[in-house]
Design a protein around this ligand. Structure first.
Ligand SMILES: CC(C)(COP(=O)(O)OP(=O)(O)OC[C@H]1O[C@@H](n2cnc3c(N)ncnc32)[C@H](O)[C@@H]1OP(=O)(O)O)[C@@H](O)C(=O)NCCC(=O)NCCS
Length: 180
């Protein structure tokens, strides 16, 4: 097992969706996401789809104190190409910068490459999300390109930075995780 098991990944309970709604409408969280805000109906539709679609994996992130602090998973799983995209949102801001993102990303990479036997993981991140970029790079993701004018934020258009981890990169990175 590769990652430090400070976090537990488990199913999200329907009673917890109100928390998701709260996080998704927190401007300090939403500025880093594709949608800055989301309605209650959209949260419910997202949850129904994420729990029914075989190309999506969704997990609650539970901190070691038992608190539900966010969620993450894999989406757009392409079983033929053996690729997927990784997503993560830690909505409880008190838990930022405490390694929970890194631990969760490592767990999701482990799931992707060792259990699902995928060949590649991708993600997109805004250039001013320094915390996210640092977290992903530390886990072994590398920048592979960008798309201009992808999001409107802070009154101007921003590019999205695209990051990737291949199966080979995962197994190289894994050796360093156990040393850190
Ligand atoms: C992005 C996110 C998943 C990262 O999780 P996290 O638990 O806060 O991150 P970690 O503690 O594992 O790592 C954060 C790293 O960023 C670094 N960091 C924080 N602020 C930084 C800054 N302004 N500049 C550079 N690095 C910074 C930290 O030092 C840490 O690096 P280190 O482990 O080498 O010390 C989480 O903060 C989050 O969900 N944010 C809001 C939503 C979001 O951005 N989702 C991702 C969209 S792509």
């Amino acid at each position: 097992m590769v990652a430090d098991y400070r976090v537990k990944l488990r199913d999200i309970r329907t009673a917890e969706l109100e928390k998701v709604l709260h996080w998704r409408n927190d401007p300090e969280v939403g500025e880093y996401l594709a949608e800055e805000s989301i309605s209650w109906r959209e949260v419910q539709e997202w949850y129904d789809q994420a729990t029914a679609n075989p190309c999506i994996r969704l997990y609650a992130i539970e901190a070691k104190d038992g608190r539900f602090i966010g969620y993450g998973g894999l989406q757009d799983i392409d079983w033929a190409e053996r690729t997927a995209s990784l997503y993560i949102i830690i909505g409880e801001k008190d838990y930022w910068d405490r390694g929970y993102g890194r631990t969760t990303v490592l767990r999701l990479a482990e799931l992707a490459f060792e259990e699902l036997e995928l060949n590649r993981l991708d993600l997109a991140v805004l250039p001013f999300n320094y915390r996210g970029i640092a977290c992903y790079e530390r886990c072994g993701f590398r920048r592979v390109g960008f798309l201009n004018d992808w999001y409107l934020r802070r009154g101007k258009p921003w590019r999205s930075i695209h990051m990737r981890m291949t199966r080979e990169q995962y197994f190289v990175a894994k050796k360093t995780w156990s040393q850190n």
